[in-house]
Ligand binder design. Structure first.
Ligand SMILES: C[S@@+](CC[C@H](N)C(=O)[O-])C[C@H]1O[C@@H](n2cnc3c(N)ncnc32)[C@H](O)[C@@H]1O
Length: 210
């Protein structure tokens, strides 16, 4: 796992204690037990309630998409991507410039009703725990500030596919999974690289060659 020094913008940013954020509390429960239904439901309900303000809040966040843009530049062009938890689709716009087809799956109809219409993106209301995607379909599985089901990521990612997991605020991101932990939770056959960009970071993982 490679994590070079931070490339922080010169602006200041202040944060509340992220470990007490309700989303972080739900996330930690999910990371300890992917079958914790109450945690999954709590998290999904919380974001559904934020849908009306989400886009305007994101528009005030500088460097929000920098980690995704930086990682996608390394990944290059691909055929099929799945994005988990796209919300109102800010990162999806970038993914759609690299992938021929994107399936963007979010549990919140209210979030996705605000997403842009893009010719190569299919917006699917669905659950990260049971993605409406064929096994092995995705050359790339993407999540920005999203909640992972490691079982489902393993199922939908093609054998030679990659996973891009990014956050906008590093450890201060409410839905934060530290890159080495993320790769470990994917499973022992996975290896990853990570990099800090803007206020956030990305991690790209792929299965080791046997
Ligand atoms: C923190 S927001 C991130 C949205 C977007 N990726 C961004 O960075 O602006 C988390 C997203 O995950 C979605 N979400 C929460 N639980 C989910 C689940 N079980 N399955 C799919 N999406 C879920 C929420 O509706 C929300 O859109």
């Amino acid at each position: 796992m490679r994590l070079p020094d931070a490339e922080l913008p010169s602006e200041e940013k202040s944060y509340a204690a992220p470990e007490t954020h309700p989303s972080r509390v739900w996330l930690e429960r999910i990371l300890h037990d992917e079958n914790d239904v109450e945690a999954w439901m709590g998290l999904a309900a919380a974001y559904e309630g934020m849908a009306s303000e989400w886009q305007s809040w994101v528009s005030t966040q500088t460097h929000y998409l920098d980690p995704v843009a930086d990682a996608l530049a390394r990944i290059g062009s691909i055929e099929r991507a799945v994005e988990i938890g796209p919300g109102t689709g800010e990162a999806t716009r970038l993914v759609a410039t690299r992938a021929r087809l994107v399936a963007a799956v979010d549990s919140s109809p209210a979030m996705m009703s605000r997403a842009p219409v893009l010719p190569n993106v299919r917006w699917l209301v669905g659950d990260a725990r049971s993605l409406p995607i064929e096994s092995g379909w995705a050359d790339l599985v993407v999540g920005l500030n999203a909640v992972p089901s490691f079982q489902e990521i393993n199922r939908v990612c093609a054998p030679a596919g990659r996973v891009l997991w990014a956050n906008s605020f590093g450890p201060d991101t409410p839905l934060y999974v530290e890159p080495a932990r993320f790769v470990g939770l994917l499973g022992p056959e996975w290896a990853g690289v990570a990099r800090r960009v803007g206020f956030g970071e990305w991690c790209i993982a792929e299965r080791r060659q046997s």
